[in-house]
Ligand binder design. Structure first.
Ligand code: ZN
Length: 308
């Protein structure tokens, strides 16, 4: 008690003579104190369909063989996800990245401080995300008691429906199911997956707005806070100044597909979030080795050209 009182009384005079060396020591120790330090590098992986390895060599029932290069096998995916779970990774949603890292408008909850982060994104809304990925997410949740969040960048104009769009793509009902189970973060990929750099400004607006309206309509009652379709991944990763101008009107952030790494401490533009492309040529082990090799501090990120 007495000591506390003394502290209060002498606090102001002490702070004036606070030695500068102690200040620098504290600054140097900052990353090691549990004050909200998370590694500055966040791998954002970009996947498409998830296929069964046993069927890849035969002819895929759903996909053209030329498209198989873009896919990832469910067997390797399970190994990868299991690694992230065992190493206690924080699976970021697009809103998490925006709130806690890009804008820092929210303080990182205590339980998530010092955690390694990862964002897993799946573009184009392939049916196999429901038939092959979702069962793995459920299985791992039952096994480890941890929920994996994945981001789906969806073009609602290409969703399967009863009007003849083939069953290679997801239906609204399946998006709802994955959302209800807490696995899916559903975001926009333009309405009909048009290259936004090759269409008129009027068409850009239509692609951006229709995607948002349709996705929010699909998830309407499940999404009172309207988190759906607040962020956008550019179809084909294609963006320019005009596109970015319109995207900024309707979305909070924009994701590229450029095989680059995100260091959020040096990202200057929230509409140029880099993502790493992943396809079947990289095994889960190779991917993990790559991620372990990423710079863990900003200085190194500058050296490696991630920060400029
Ligand atoms: Zn796409």
């Amino acid at each position: 008690m007495t000591e506390d009182n003394n502290d209060q009384v002498t606090n102001s005079s002490r702070s004036k003579s606070f030695p500068i060396s102690v200040f620098f020591l504290l600054v140097m120790m900052f990353p090691f104190l549990n004050l909200g330090y998370n590694p500055p590098t966040i791998p954002i992986l970009g996947f498409h369909g998830i296929v069964d390895a046993k069927r890849v060599n035969t002819k895929s029932k759903f996909r053209q063989s030329s498209q198989l290069d873009m896919d990832y096998t469910k067997q390797e995916m399970e190994k990868l996800l299991e690694y992230f779970i065992k190493h206690d990774y924080w699976f970021l949603t697009t809103q998490d990245l925006y709130d806690y890292f890009l804008t820092k408008s929210k303080e990182i909850p205590y339980a998530y401080r010092n955690k390694q982060t990862i964002m897993l994104t799946f573009d184009d809304g392939y049916k196999t995300v429901y038939t092959n990925l979702l069962p793995i997410l459920s299985k791992l949740e039952n096994k480890y008691g941890k929920k994996i969040k994945v981001v789906l960048f969806i073009s609602p104009g290409t969703l399967a429906n009863d009007d003849g769009i083939p069953a290679t793509h997801l239906r609204c009902q399946e998006l709802r199911d994955g959302w209800k189970k807490g696995f899916f973060d559903i975001q926009s990929h333009g309405d009909k997956h048009k290259n936004l750099t090759e269409i008129s400004e009027q068409q850009i607006v239509s692609e951006l707005l229709l995607a948002r309206i349709k996705l929010r309509k699909c998830l309407d009652d499940l999404d009172p806070e309207q988190k759906v379709a607040s962020h956008l991944a550019y179809p084909y990763g294609a963006a320019n100044k005009t596109v970015a101008k319109y995207v900024a009107k309707y979305y909070l952030s924009g994701y590229l597909y450029n095989d680059k790494l995100l260091n959020y401490t040096c990202l200057k533009d929230n509409y140029k979030i880099p993502r790493l492309m992943v396809n079947s040529t990289k095994s889960s082990q190779e991917l993990i080795a790559m991620i372990q090799d990423f710079p863990t501090d900003t200085q190194e990120s500058f050296k490696k050209g991630i920060c400029k």
